[in-house]
Design a protein around this ligand. Structure first.
Ligand code: PXP
Length: 248
């Protein structure tokens, strides 16, 4: 069965909009697991725009399934990761100005920083995946540099899907899906675990489920968006009831 990793960053985004205590991503993680999430994913960004170190520490204590930390390969964050010891780390590129992770890692076998980051995490017992574009050379480099897994960036495919509204004959969509299929085939052939994520929605998810040896889909924005809408009616009715009770 393909595992569902739920990315709860945007629960923290709402909290940080007020620098308040709610909504707490730790509680959201608990509910996500009750709903069937196999794992919880958070991205501890250098600018701490959503998830905070406190969240990561508490999640380590409370998450029952797999805790997957997305992070850039920087010394400060690496120290935090080694202190917390998530089950998995997904190394991602990170730029301060971006709205979300844009594009996969540019991999090079000569990248000593990346190699040392992978080695230290693996040495400490964490499974390491690399967030990469679906192309053959990058998949091969990910394996050669020592990663346990790749997470294929599905964002370009997801954009193509929404652009043509899922028209399976659309040239761009066909092309983007074949890129993912070829990268997945290669991952299976050379023996590296396959994860995928970014831009996956309730509309497009089923188009990915045939990818060979796919182990994990990491999904965030679409699930958090639906959670906000599904919870709205109940939230308003709870407030209405309190107001109807009168002063207290
Ligand atoms: N995988 C990685 C590596 C990501 O950076 C993100 C976004 O934080 C996701 C998956 C989830 O993407 P989305 O929020 O679009 O579902």
């Amino acid at each position: 069965m393909i595992h569902l990793g739920v990315n709860i960053d945007h629960v923290a985004t709402v909290r940080q909009a007020r620098k308040a205590n709610e909504p707490d991503p730790v509680l959201a993680a608990h509910l996500a697991e009750l709903g069937g999430a196999d794992g919880i994913t958070v991205h501890l960004r250098q600018d701490r725009r959503h998830i905070q170190e406190r969240d990561l520490r508490l999640l380590r204590e409370t998450v029952q399934g797999v805790l997957n930390l997305e992070m850039a390969a920087g010394e400060d964050i690496l120290d935090i990761a080694l202190g917390v010891m998530p089950d998995e780390v997904c190394l991602v590129p990170e730029h301060r100005a971006e709205l979300t992770t844009e594009g996969g890692l540019k991999l090079s076998l000569d990248d000593r920083n990346l190699r040392s980051c992978i080695d230290r995490l693996k040495g400490a017992g964490t499974l390491v995946s690399l967030f990469i574009e679906p192309d053959a050379a990058t998949v091969r480099t990910a394996k050669a540099i020592g990663a346990d897994a790749i997470e294929l960036h599905t964002g370009t495919w997801a954009n193509a899907y929404s652009h043509c509204r899922g028209d399976e004959h659309d040239e761009q969509l066909v092309q983007q899906l074949s890129r993912l299929e070829e990268a997945a085939d290669l991952a299976a052939t050379i023996g590296i675990r396959l994860h995928a994520g970014h831009g996956i929605t309730y509309q497009n998810v089923r188009q990915l489920l045939h990818l060979p040896m796919l182990r994990v889909l990491n999904i965030g924005h679409s699930i958090v968006s639906r959670a906000v809408l599904l919870g709205m009616e109940r939230a308003v009715s709870d407030m209405r009831k309190l107001m109807d009770k009168g002063p207290g």
